[in-house]
Design a protein around this ligand. Structure first.
Ligand SMILES: [Zn+2]
Length: 105
């Protein structure tokens, strides 16, 4: 992926995060700060820095975002076994699916 494409994706992610945080009634107990950085580093190392969704589909793709398999907003935990490394396209696609599912209720 071109770095320019990645940069624009990162820029569009920030407003979406703020929107999620502003949702009333949604309790997100996500680890913040350096502890969270270390957690994500550990998950990426466990997953060999590979996107686990691509791996399930037989592709080898470098991943970066560490994703909650069951989203915190959907009652998922912040434990390691509920986290996996994804690539940006897989992470975006999963986030969009989750948002559509929540919108349906
Ligand atoms: Zn992927």
């Amino acid at each position: 992926m071109k770095l320019t494409a990645l940069k624009s994706r990162l820029q569009t992610a920030a407003p979406r995060v703020a929107t999620l945080a502003a949702r009333p009634g949604v309790v997100v107990e996500r680890k913040r700060g350096y502890g969270g950085v270390l957690d994500r580093r550990r998950i990426r190392a466990r997953d060999c820095d590979l996107c686990q969704e691509c791996k399930r589909q037989g592709r080898t793709t470098i991943g970066y975002p560490v994703d909650h398999i069951i989203a915190l907003a959907d009652g998922g935990t912040d434990d390691d076994d509920n986290k996996e490394t994804l690539c940006v396209p897989c992470h975006d696609a999963k986030s969009a699916r989750e948002a559509r599912a929540r919108a349906r209720g």
